[in-house]
Ligand binder design. Structure first.
Ligand code: WT7
Length: 575
């Protein structure tokens, strides 16, 4: 157990007491709300601070890869977001329609996101390291009418497939002129500021985040404007955000963390957020923590492990006196990483648990509490968690402390996803007896702390990215030599898991090194490097259930040299 100094002040000084007295109505009452009623994330993030006289406060400091720095105050960010809302209005895009964004961490992405939210248009973020295939699948399923991207990404990932996306009538590109698209900067220059906010309410759709399941194509988790209550509250209670903080969330805005905690929670809480355009670079990260005087840092286990790899040397000569809290999310945080934080930074990393579907942090370690390294912490005030087992009749058994089962959250919290777009049955199957079932296995100890055990299904977490094996298998099957493919997550000390594919070939093909390289190259081109298999092995045939489903768990057991166990339990849970 890592004890904490008693002399610090925290937003959440007493977790148990706050849980006992908590009421979401009080959090909602603390939001600004729209004049005349209603609720809008963009308004809470920007207009509210300007109205409160804080328009001159720094909202966003952008650090370009090449050393450029661009600062936006709350008032400037609001003006830019209004300009983008005006662009959308001129394009005839209205409330409830969908705008997708596909870009690296550039200011225009944040401006477009805020402008869309403020205009009541559903924002669908896409990860810029996805290859053309995952981008296409998500754009098609979302029916996005507008895409904001860059010239390079458009040419690499969209142009060739544009004809197959009939709903996508407008593409805006940042960084130059490009046939078939409008130049973002040009439309922004012609647009006015002062565009009114859309009359959204707590149940109006706001965000569409794609996430992966075991089977089928990715699922579009839809969130509403009312989710902002959970972003605001968790930002204060877990991340301890306060006006005046310099906050750095290292997550990419192509995933839910980069939106919920890399955009919404910080702005709603009035802090200055740091956005670093560059890819991970340990030396650069230490420099940013130091030079920007970061006070709250929210990062991920893969990055922490990479920092650990370098040893303690980069911290030499630095004390980081401003750094008040370090937190982590996305994959299991090794106890060694928590202890390393304590040794090198003088404080532990605080693990937090949540998912795309939960929209906000559900379980966390708190600044005011001792940390048990390896535990994900306790549920937030306002959140009820349980460890359950789903019976065959669909009902739930609640398991006692110390027993592993599925981690469930009582339905009804503000940032609960409201649909899997166009898949009502898939959505309904995530709930039982008024509880949301997460698909994660965990256990609770006698102190009410939750400990992660593993996934109940076959999805893969690689470097913090959730990857569906089915998407990878489908792309391998496109290759003329491939008869069957099965994809698993193989434990890896740096990435958590790495993607490993098993391939059975069609007659007449030989599984040699050249073919292995060509299959991996094919997957990288179609899927992008973050999603393509890193390892690929040839097999004569893939193990399957009687109904013909690939037994990925058996492939994994074989790969790891584990006992193959009882096949009936290997069918597992699908989500
Ligand atoms: C899955 C959700 C977390 C928001 C961004 C990613 C895994 C998440 C932890 C943790 C162990 C964790 C779970 C979860 N996960 N946090 N603290 N310890 N595993 O959202 O892409 O929907 O991924 O990430 O398996 O279900 P996501």
């Amino acid at each position: 157990m890592i004890e904490k100094p008693a002399d610090r002040h925290w937003n959440l000084p007493d977790h148990a007491r706050a849980r006992a007295h908590f009421d979401w109505a009080e959090v909602r009452a603390g939001l600004a709300g729209l004049p005349g009623g209603g609720l809008n994330i963009g308004w809470e993030a920007l207009d509210r601070h300007v109205a409160d006289g804080n328009g001159a406060r720094l909202a966003l400091r952008w650090l370009g890869k090449d050393g450029a720095v661009r600062d936006y105050t709350y008032a400037q960010l609001l003006a830019e977001a209004q300009r983008f809302a005006c662009v959308l209005e001129r394009l005839g895009v209205g409330p409830g329609e969908c705008v997708a964004v596909l870009a690296g961490r550039i200011p225009e992405l944040y401006i477009a996101a805020l402008g869309a939210l403020r205009a009541g248009i559903v924002l669908c973020p896409l990860f810029s390291a996805f290859g053309p295939e995952p981008v296409h699948t998500r754009l098609e399923k979302s029916h996005a009418r507008v895409l904001v991207t860059t010239v390079t990404l458009y040419q690499r990932k969209i142009a060739a497939l544009r004809d197959t996306l009939p709903a996508l009538d407008t593409v805006l590109t940042v960084g130059g002129d490009c046939p078939g698209t409008f130049r973002f900067e040009a439309l922004m220059a012609q647009a006015e500021t002062g565009c009114p906010v859309a009359a959204t309410g707590p149940d109006s759709p706001a965000l569409l985040h794609y996430t992966s399941g075991t089977t089928g194509s990715p699922k579009g988790a839809l969130h509403v404007h009312g989710a902002v209550a959970a972003h605001a509250w968790s930002g204060r209670a877990v991340l301890d955000l306060r006006p005046g903080d310099v906050y750095w969330c290292t997550a990419d805005p192509g995933w839910v963390t980069g939106i919920s905690y890399g955009l919404i929670a910080p702005l709603v809480n009035g802090v200055t957020m740091i956005i670093d355009e560059a890819e991970f670079d340990a030396q650069r990260w230490y420099r940013i923590l130091d030079e920007q005087q970061v006070s709250i840092w929210y990062t991920a286990p893969t990055a922490i492990r990479m920092l650990m790899k370098l040893g303690d040397a980069p911290m030499a000569g630095r004390t980081l006196p401003a750094l008040r809290l370090m937190a982590s999310v996305g994959e299991p945080l090794n106890p060694e990483a928590v202890l390393w934080g304590q040794r090198v930074f003088g404080q532990p990393f605080h693990d937090t648990w949540w998912q795309t579907e939960t929209g906000a942090i559900m379980v966390a370690n708190y600044g005011s509490e001792p940390v048990a390294p390896g535990s994900m912490g306790r549920p937030l005030p306002g959140i009820d968690a349980a460890i359950v087992h789903r019976r065959r009749d669909g009902g739930l058994d609640f398991l006692p402390d110390g027993e592993a089962g599925e981690l469930a959250i009582r339905a009804g919290w503000p940032s609960m996803f409201r649909a899997y777009l166009d898949e009502p049955e898939r959505y309904a199957s995530c709930f039982a007896d008024g509880w949301y079932l997460s698909g994660d296995r965990a256990q609770r100890d006698a102190d009410g702390r939750y400990w992660f055990v593993g996934r109940a299904d076959d999805v893969i977490k690689t470097s913090g990215h959730l990857i569906g094996p089915f998407e990878v298998e489908s792309v391998l099957l496109e290759h003329p030599a491939v008869a069957e493919a099965g994809v698993i997550g193989k434990p890896d000390p740096w990435a958590g898991e790495l993607i490993k594919a098993f391939v059975a070939l069609k007659p007449g093909h030989t599984g040699d090194d050249a073919l292995r390289k060509s299959l991996i190259a094919h997957a990288r081109t179609r899927l992008g490097p973050a999603v393509a298999p890193r390892e690929l092995g040839f097999v004569d045939s893939l193990p399957k259930t009687r109904s013909g489903k690939i037994l990925r768990r058996l492939l994994k057991a074989r790969e790891l040299g584990l006992p193959e166990g009882d096949l009936s339990t290997l069918e597992g849970h699908e989500s």
